[in-house]
Design a protein around this ligand. Structure first.
Ligand code: ADP
Ligand code: MN
Ligand code: MN
Ligand code: MN
Length: 332
């Protein structure tokens, strides 16, 4: 019999920000990944006396690191009695996405992240700081960008496994980068983002570099890391007014979104560094100092999508897309 390696990936119970975990199962080549179990007491998902948790595969792709026929298998966590684990945020996202399916919503998420080597951002001098921000965004040259070979390898890995990555760029703070996933449905973009994050950590391992989603990796005059979430309903893709209505609807539930857009959001949304203060909600055309931006092409074309600039890099996409669906589609 022939076998393949299935890397089961799941979201743990770490607080305040959950982490990815994974382990390998050897499966006969003619079988799909079955349900499996793990020790929840080691992942902050159970107590030792009742430690079993269940992994239910929901989405799998080719494993670009081990190559064919091996797979990466994203899972949801359940309790042995068949109920979803309290850390399973996908369930609610799925329910909400089904409820508003008629709106044909699509999402594109810009995932920013920062490479660290030891406890310094990659390429930063061990004492002191690099030159102030200004030349690094979309920069080129070894004095401007750090870690590009990892970034390229990650992009290739994502593409090989069939993830819908739409682009990458070097960010404003040196050692900070971005990739974009989508546009896809709420569940698809979220599933793919979690796998793309796992691939980012895994791809960086042999370089002894850690990719982090810290929202404010360095205090002071350095940009934070966000996960701008672009979205549209079918109506928004056809007309301008629904784009404005969506931006208006988001003003009504601002504090609920802020509370759920990633731990440490107050440190990032200061009102400086291309953010709007978390205390305030504002939207505008081309405004990178707003909470929600209507891109210039959307204003020009009179249709398109809007960008929620508030989510932190360390946000849970199942939660962010669900809240946007609830607020925007619930109000329309
Ligand atoms: P920025 O100018 O903010 O850096 P990016 O090019 O990084 O923008 O990201 C834009 C994102 O918007 C991409 O992920 C893209 O897939 C997504 N996007 C484009 N059109 C739509 C649309 N109609 N609905 C939702 N998302 C969209
Ligand atoms: Mn971007
Ligand atoms: Mn960016
Ligand atoms: Mn953006």
């Amino acid at each position: 019999m022939r076998f393949y390696k299935a890397e089961y990936i799941w979201i743990d119970g770490s607080s305040p920000t959950s982490k990815l975990r994974s382990k390998t199962k050897i499966i006969p080549e003619n079988q799909d990944p079955p349900e499996w179990g793990f020790d929840g007491s080691s992942t902050m998902q159970a107590v030792g006396s009742n430690s079993d948790c269940v992994l239910k595969p929901v989405f799998n792709v080719m494993d670009p690191i081990r190559g064919k026929p091996n797979r990466l298998v994203l899972c949801q966590v359940y309790l042995p009695d068949g109920s979803p684990h309290s850390t399973n945020t996908r369930i609610l996202c799925e329910e909400t996405a089904n409820k508003f399916a008629g709106y044909e919503t699509i999402f594109g998420i810009e995932q920013e992240y920062t490479f660290f080597s030891n406890s310094r951002p990659l390429g930063w001098p061990s004492n002191g700081f690099p030159a102030p921000q200004g030349g690094y965004y979309c920069g080129v040259g070894s004095d401007e960008v750090f870690g590009r070979s990892i970034v390229e390898e990650h992009l290739d890995n994502c593409l090989k496994s069939g993830l819908m990555i739409s682009g990458i760029n070097a960010e404003v703070m040196p050692a900070q980068w971005e990739f974009q996933v989508g546009p896809l449905s709420a569940l698809e973009v979220s599933d793919q983002l979690w796998i793309a994050r796992w691939l980012l950590y895994r791809t960086s391992e042999p370089y002894n570099v850690s990719a982090t989603l810290f929202p404010k990796p360095v205090n002071g005059d350095w940009n934070g890391a966000g996960a701008h979430t672009n979205f549209s309903t079918r109506a928004m893709r056809e007309e301008y007014q629904p784009c404005v209505d969506a931006a208006e609807a988001l003003s009504k539930t601002h504090s609920l979104h802020i509370k759920n857009y990633g731990f440490g959001i107050e440190e990032r949304l200061t009102g400086s560094h291309e953010t709007c203060s978390y205390k305030e909600y504002r939207y505008g055309v081309s405004d990178r100092g707003a909470s929600v931006r209507i891109p210039w092409q959307v204003a020009r074309d009179g249709k398109g999508y809007i960008e929620d600039r508030r989510p932190n890099a360390n946000m849970d996409p199942y939660i962010v897309t669900r809240l946007i669906l609830d607020t925007v589609c619930g109000a329309l």
